[in-house]
Design a protein around this ligand. Structure first.
Ligand code: SAM
Length: 203
């Protein structure tokens, strides 16, 4: 999907922050920050930032947060929050990035990207020396989380950590680790989410 293509998230942007699932994800930013200590001087990229639920929590602890997303609607809601050190960047991650970052974070966006190895290579390439990643998404599930996966632009029914770790290491990341960070309750089922941490492999 390019920034020019109609993005299915545009129509969902206004109500995004009050969705039950967004409320259930409220614990993710502080838990992620506990595993990604920041000193206040870092430039951080939030991939698939949406309305900035993660970016807003990170911004007070960083020099800047670049909120990258293809959805104009989601980024408009984020801009209306008036966060002084959060810049929006409406583009596809595969179209190249304007600079390098000390950290790349993401919440629930990986499963929307078809070519995951290319995404991980883009992350590794965009990290400054010593740069780290902290990425949150679903553990492998049976497709019931989104239900209508094709209509919602879902390319992966969650992820197996061992495979994702191999892909991340092949892409140029090191010290890759996983832990459960949250669970989303939908009807009678609980869907666990992982936090994947890692750093740019040194040459
Ligand atoms: C499920 S939403 C998550 C939004 C936010 N991180 C949150 O947790 O509320 C996924 C977001 O990823 C964005 N996205 C999907 N593929 C993308 C791509 N290739 N480049 C940039 N953004 C993308 C979508 O537009 C959408 O806003």
């Amino acid at each position: 999907m390019t920034a020019q293509t109609r993005n299915p998230f545009d129509a969902r942007a206004r109500d995004w922050d009050t969705r039950p699932i967004s409320r259930q994800l409220a614990d993710v930013p502080p838990r992620l920050l506990a595993r990604l200590p920041l000193t206040g001087g870092e430039h951080v990229l939030d991939f698939g930032a949406g309305t900035g639920l993660l970016a807003a929590a990170i911004a007070p602890h960083a020099a800047s947060v670049t909120a990258l997303d293809t959805s104009a609607g989601m980024l408009q809601v984020l801009r209306e929050k008036g966060l002084p050190n959060v810049q929006t960047l409406q583009q596809d991650i595969h179209d190249g990035l304007p600079r390098r970052y000390d950290a790349i974070v993401s919440c629930m966006a990986l499963h929307h990207v078809a070519d995951l190895p290319a995404l991980l290579r883009a992350f590794a390439h965009a990290l400054a020396p010593g740069g780290r990643v902290a990425l949150v998404d679903l553990y492998a599930e049976d497709g019931s989380f989104h239900g209508d996966n094709a209509a919602k632009g879902v390319h992966h029914l969650g992820f197996e950590p061992a495979r994702l770790q191999r892909q991340a290491e092949d892409a140029g990341l090191a010290d890759v680790g996983f832990e459960e960070i949250a669970r989303i309750q939908r009807e009678s089922r609980a869907y666990p989410l992982f936090l994947m941490t890692g750093r740019r492999a040194e040459p």
